[in-house]
Design a protein around this ligand. Structure first.
Ligand SMILES: [Zn+2]
Length: 86
């Protein structure tokens, strides 16, 4: 599967999110991610989903989350593309 550049930015954002939620990001990365979140509905939605997952399970280990997180993101994108097509 090939990703467009904009999707690649989002994948990078997603990879920062688990650290973001644990306040483990450097100030620069944090600002970069927040700037992206301001203009990206998809990542906002994803961050919300991640937050509720953490709220439900207590905590999420980044190592456990990473592969599934990327799968989920692909699903979210597919859903968005289908929505905007109609
Ligand atoms: Zn994004």
């Amino acid at each position: 599967m090939r990703l467009r550049p904009s999707s690649l930015v989002c994948l990078q954002a997603v990879q920062l999110m688990s650290d973001y939620l644990e306040n483990a990001l450097s100030r620069g990365d944090r600002r970069r991610l927040e700037r992206h979140l301001e203009q990206c509905t998809h990542c906002n939605l994803y961050l919300q989903q991640m937050r509720s997952t953490i709220a439900a399970s207590g905590s999420v280990a980044p190592d456990d989350l990473a592969p599934e997180a990327l799968d989920d993101l692909v699903e979210i994108y597919r859903a968005f593309r289908e929505e905007t097509r109609e």
